[in-house]
Design a protein around this ligand. Structure first.
Ligand SMILES: Nc1ncnc2c1ncn2[C@@H]1O[C@H](COP(=O)(O)OP(=O)(O)OP(=O)(O)O)[C@@H](O)[C@H]1O
Ligand code: NI
Length: 308
């Protein structure tokens, strides 16, 4: 029997309710029909431009969406629905997040107790030493406060706070900005190690080049939806990729010529019903504006009528 994925997100929708001038209520469907699956032992990267919904996906899974957001679709954890009760029990231990911003650190708490979450046991202390070693943090850092550290050090503290646990599911939201290449690689290798021990890891990243060195597959987001899911091998050549936007991402990678992608994701209120990339796509057909479902092409998922 095939094992259940650790995390399975099906048809996730996230809508914000906002009030416009004159107190007219508007609904902004920022995430639509989003599908992501991560298995034990796997490191999956989520790539996509700014505002495509990557952080919202993380916040949706962790149950920490803003008050004016509502979420639909199914999220399951190891084959069972991830209920609020279950999430409350597992969050911070079995299910961890590395948040995108270092502002998530508590400015009034010493680093050591922040990472150990108040646990003063010997085992935790030993784990703290190990994690400090791994992320090149000196023992003195334990008693310092976030404002006494550099941005890169705080970033490593943020990663350490999640990784000191023995998680089964890690969601890392842009864990590497501000880190030098060595530290960034080290963090990615740490995710790989955790996966080798059986965890499922979802890494949200802008650094596709770094991700391709470490992960197993890439899920590409565009304007709040998944438009392709491809293996690392598919990224070796442009021809093995499927969606025109993924191909544009490929061409924008430094090693493939750094070709500029014009970032004009459609505004949520102007989203076509079908493929969100349709306006910029050189291959567009009239039918692309209608419903376009994810489908399998050459062993990978794609939301495009033209891919073959
Ligand atoms: N509280 C909110 N109210 C209304 N819209 C929001 C809110 N939070 C996020 N959004 C919108 O949802 C969309 C997705 O945001 P999200 O932060 O998930 O993007 P992202 O892909 O993580 O971007 P980045 O790469 O810059 O971190 C954006 O268009 C954003 O404007
Ligand atoms: Ni984000």
């Amino acid at each position: 029997m095939k094992k259940h994925p650790v995390l399975k997100i099906e048809h996730m929708n996230i809508t914000f309710t906002q009030y416009e001038r004159g107190l007219r209520q508007v609904e902004l469907p920022v995430i639509r029909d989003l599908n992501v699956e991560v298995h034990a032992g796997e490191v999956v990267a989520v790539a996509g431009s700014s505002g495509s919904g990557k952080s919202l996906l993380a916040h949706g899974v962790m149950g920490v969406l803003p008050y004016n957001a509502s979420m639909g679709g199914q999220i399951s954890y190891c084959g069972e629905k991830l209920t609020e009760k279950k999430l409350k029990k597992l969050r911070g231990s079995e299910i961890v997040i590395v948040p995108q911003s270092i502002s998530y650190l508590n400015p009034l708490k010493q680093i050591g107790s922040q990472i150990c979450k108040g646990d003063k046991s010997k085992t935790k202390k030993k784990k703290l030493q190990e994690i400090f070693n791994r992320y090149d943090l000196k023992p003195e850092v334990e008693t310092l406060y976030p404002f006494e550290l550099s941005g890169g050090m705080n970033r490593r503290v943020l990663i350490s706070t999640a990784m000191i646990e023995s998680p089964r599911l890690v969601i890392a939201d842009e864990p590497t900005p501000g880190l030098d290449l060595r530290a960034a690689k080290r963090a990615m290798e740490h995710f790989r190690e955790l996966a080798a021990q059986g965890a499922a890891v979802l890494v949200i990243t802008h650094d596709l080049e770094l991700a391709l060195e470490t992960v197993d597959k890439i899920v590409v987001f565009y304007a709040g939806t998944t438009i392709e899911e491809a293996s690392v091998k598919d990224f070796e050549q442009e021809e093995t990729l499927r969606h025109p936007y993924t191909k544009a991402l490929w061409r924008a990678m430094p090693r493939n010529g750094f070709q500029f992608i014009e970032e004009n994701q459609p505004y949520v209120k102007e989203l076509p019903r079908g493929c969100p990339f349709v306006k910029q796509c050189s291959m567009q057909k009239e039918d692309c504006k209608k419903d376009v479902q994810n489908r399998m092409v050459r062993g990978g998922l794609v939301r495009c009528l033209c891919a073959e």
